[in-house]
Ligand binder design. Sequence first.
Ligand SMILES: [Zn+2]
Length: 372
Amino acid sequence: MGGLLLGQVGEPVRTDGRCRPVDDPPDQRSRNRCRVLDVAGQIAALASEFHPLGHGARRPGFGLRRFVEGFRHVRRFEQFFDEPSEHPVHEGRGYRGLMPELPEVETIRRQLAPQLIGRTFVAGDAHESAKFAPALDAVGATVTDVRRRGKYLIFDLDDGAEELIGHLGMTGSFFRTAAEGDHPACSAHDAWVRAVWRMDDGNDLVFRDVRRFGRLRVVTAGDYEDIPTLRDMGLEPFDPAFNGKVLHERLRGSRRAVKTQLLSQRPVAGVGNIYADEALFLAGIHPLARRVGRARADRLAETIVAVLQAGVENGGTTLRDYVDAEGDTGRNQHELVAYGRGGEPCVECGTALRTRTIDARTSTFCTHCQRV
Ligand SMILES: [Zn+2]
């Protein structure tokens, strides 16, 4: 075999590598590709939205009550990824286009832990790119724990001597499945499987990643020098030591916009675009605010924990049902008050929510309720 095959995201996929695409019918491939390109177009349209920063009346944030009451709005972002399953390759494992943040990763961790702890990787196969090939370094090791740090999954190997670290990027997912064939092979699955580990119980652990923003790495335990985001990460939001004082100290060290800081993972672990928008909205803090005093930091710490906790519950449900997909996709959409609702009325004051591109991602906020 050899030559090129057009891949999911319009990139040529080598067919002579260790991770070969399966022989999808041609019409299947082109349908998948069209869908992805269409989604990419919608992302581009979202990203190009720009509204100059407005200067609404000043008022304090309004906290958790609204968060709970406001959970009635459809998550638009998920909607346009959440098309009915006309595309069989997209059924089954993974997300419905839900970009993984802490709640999604935590859900996967909870699912994987009982399936993997105590299992030994007896063989493996990986896509040859530097992003995924290090997966094979875990072959021969026994999984002794499955942890999460921010948006990273960490599989402790051999009683903590080494760690297999996985970042899901945009579309990555881990799942366990019955072993295929005598030797594990990415090609035994579909074209987007990047790594497979054969376990001593006859199952395979599979890492699948359509867009290839994910990463796999095996490191000496705790040695994150080559993974700066992990090395410099702030406290876990559910750590009892995390509070407004800690957040305030972390934020005070930089003059960058508060949202930029949150996305860097340094003030607190695990907050991505969705939950940053939600937490800032509920705390009444503008995403471009550069000074967050102690009182506002106290409120923000509270709302960060609240939105992530709700996300673990709601996002978890979404993921679990998707893994078991029976074609019932609408039931577990969870609902957000700010993220993805640009142009819609603010749940607190009715002003149309604004969007603005910050750090190449769309931020949604209320110019009336959120103070710079
Ligand atoms: Zn408002």
